[in-house]
Design a protein around this ligand. Structure first.
Ligand code: G6P
Length: 486
């Protein structure tokens, strides 16, 4: 018989309920495809005997709210199907056509349609209808990401008084851009039903605080220790920089599959220096700018042609959304043009791949790359930067070229920081990275690897959960219900 929770000493610990649009708890953690976040949350759910709730990814004709409960390697997962209209208005619409571009400072790409906002509200309310009855009085609830910003309000409306935390995995935009969102005040007001709101960096948190304190229609107050007061309520905010599962990643790197992939890549590079980029196909990742910067490098350095190539791994993402279809077409054309212009009979400057790889394969690929190009135009954190560093050989490490606009740059200042909007800067950084002497590469790597270890995903998770746990209740639930009623 398996030991009970009492024997493990967790009897006093309340359950953890994780809520996110996409539930990524792996069916087989040993398969090596799950990311660090999925592994870390799964481990916490096993420890606290919790539950992971979200969308199944499936579409049904009529929403029933019926739960599909699964056990995924010891983690209980509760999934719900959505109607096509929900997927269209909530996921493709408000989440990915309205909020995602806005949060990444791309108001030029943001679509503001009333039906998207209505679909977002309706779907969040549907999730709350299904989730609320599953919650027990002692549970701690942790909501993730921009798909579910108003979830605490929806749960409070259904009488949930538990501690509820929220973590945003994206940047937060400057106030001047946020106010282009119709009903921005209403959205932020709904966030004051959380007890704790976490961001990856001080920069994103400060932008959130600036909106609350400087937006005239809110007129909030900055309180000591990063608390905020507005809408007659208070909320605690904080910076919780996410990281990777370092030990898990090192294991993947050292696995048979990881080592085999390294050998395969090293052989296929055939004495050329490989540069690597791994990004979902998304306009926030700066992929066009990266290719143009590389083109500039090939133009500036004719002697380097034939000595270097870029492996760009770019799985297709959100392909029902027009802006994603557009950028895919542009990238296809750009990669084709650069290859057509510069390739030789035995050399191709860009290997552009629209497919995914397992984590252990990626570790092998990163290790074989002399340069890691992580150059988003704006990014909440970016874990590829941390994985690239963790995969390196300490005796001969590669160089990380990192956008100053990725959240990771706040901690990883030892990388070669670049402005991805400037082709010349990208070109110069690529040259510098390729020519960097071993001693400098080692020094930089050691300091970056310290950061990677110090921000391990388990530290991020435990920090957030313990901060949330330590918040006195009722801090908001009852006060906020009173504020709403007033
Ligand atoms: C980003 C978001 C996640 C999202 C992921 C993949 O990392 O912060 O919430 O799950 O992209 O996007 P998708 O739309 O496929 O879930």
């Amino acid at each position: 018989m398996p030991p009970s929770r009492v024997e493990y000493g967790y009897a006093a610990m309340s359950r953890l309920i994780v809520v996110s649009n996409r539930v990524s708890a792996p069916k087989d953690p040993a398969a090596g495809s799950a990311g660090g976040l999925a592994m870390a949350l799964s481990a916490a759910l096993r420890k606290y005997d919790g539950l992971w709730f979200g969308w199944s990814g499936e579409t049904v004709e009529k929403f029933t709210g019926e739960l599909k409960i699964e056990d995924r390697a010891g983690v209980t997962v509760a999934l719900v199907d959505l109607e096509a209209q929900d997927v269209d208005e909530y996921y493709n619409g408000y989440a990915n056509k309205t909020l995602w571009p806005l949060l990444h400072h791309r108001t030029d790409l943001a679509a503001y349609e009333r039906s998207y906002g209505e679909g977002y509200e309706r779907t969040n309310a549907r999730f709350a209808d299904v989730l609320a009855p599953l919650i027990q009085p002692d549970d701690i609830i942790w909501i993730h990401d921009y798909h579910m910003l108003p979830m605490a309000r929806d749960l409070r409306r259904r009488g949930v008084k538990n501690r509820i935390g929220f973590f945003l995995h994206t940047p937060w935009p400057v106030r001047q851009l946020l106010v282009t969102l119709p009903h921005h005040r209403r959205l932020v007001e709904s966030m004051f039903d959380y007890d704790l709101i976490g961001f990856h960096t001080r920069e994103w948190l400060d932008l959130f605080r600036d909106y609350v304190a400087s937006e005239p229609s809110v007129n909030g107050k900055l309180l000591p220790n990063d608390a905020l007061e507005a809408f007659g309520r208070t909320v605690q905010t904080g910076v919780f920089p996410i990281g990777i599962d370092v030990d898990g990643f090192l294991e993947a790197r050292n696995s048979v599959f990881g080592r085999r992939t390294y050998d395969r890549m090293a052989a296929s590079a055939a004495f050329r220096s490989m540069m690597v980029g791994v990004d979902r196909l998304d306009y926030s990742k700066g992929l066009e700018e990266r290719l143009l910067g590389y083109e500039q490098f090939l133009t500036d350095n004719p002697d380097k042609r034939g000595e270097v190539f870029l492996l760009q791994v770019t799985p297709i993402s959100r392909d029902d959304v027009d802006t994603y279809q557009d950028i895919r077409v542009r990238l296809d054309a750009l990669a084709g043009r650069i290859n057509g212009e510069f390739a030789d009979m035995d050399w191709q400057p860009i290997r552009y791949l629209n497919r995914t790889y397992r984590r252990d394969q990626l570790a092998g690929i990163y290790r074989a790359a002399r340069v890691g190009l992580v150059t988003p135009l704006r990014d909440g954190m970016n874990l590829v930067a941390k994985e690239y560093v963790a995969a390196q050989n300490p005796d001969d490490p590669g160089v990380l070229v990192l956008s100053r606009f990725a959240g990771a740059a706040e901690q990883m200042g030892e990388a070669l920081l670049v402005n991805p909007f400037s082709r010349e800067e990208l070109s110069d950084a690529i040259k510098r990275a390729l020519e960097m002497p071993l001693a400098e590469r080692k020094r930089k790597w050691e300091s970056l690897m310290t950061v990677v270890r110090e921000t391990d995903v388990s530290i991020w998770r435990d920090d957030f959960v313990s901060t949330l746990r330590a918040i006195e209740r009722p801090s908001n639930g009852d006060a906020n219900a009173a504020a709403r009623a007033a």
